[in-house]
Design a binder for this molecule. Structure first.
Ligand SMILES: [Zn+2]
Length: 114
């Protein structure tokens, strides 16, 4: 029993609220006559990346859209943040073929970091 629990702990179930409703063959489980679409299992790695908890960008988006108010409540942004920068420098580029564009270089001003 202990080894089974250990094996199970190496996986997460996808947290997408509708993962088990998506019509893909790899989600099909069960015996003939009582088949189901099952939430995908994900191999867990030692990191905090979202793909340890979601099988796809779609399931991640579904989760975020379903629980957006709770997610925002974790770290609400009540005022804007700012990064001090030096005055942006413009460089004009042009090709021999008449195409030209402006390149703006933006550099963080380390002397004004709070
Ligand atoms: Zn999923």
């Amino acid at each position: 029993m202990e080894s089974e629990a250990l094996i199970m702990s190496e996986f997460n179930w996808c947290h997408g609220p509708s993962c088990h409703k998506k019509h893909t063959v790899d989600r099909v489980r069960g015996v003939k006559g009582s088949k189901v679409l099952r939430t995908r299992k994900i191999k867990r790695y030692d990191s905090n990346y979202w793909y340890n908890y979601f099988c796809s960008q779609r399931c991640y988006d579904d989760f975020a859209n379903t629980y957006i108010q709770q997610i925002i409540a974790i770290a609400p942004r009540t005022e804007c943040l700012e990064t001090p920068i030096k005055d942006p420098k413009k460089t004009r580029h042009s090709t021999n073929y008449g195409y030209s564009w402006n390149q703006w270089d933006i550099t963080v001003d380390e002397t004004r970091q709070s």
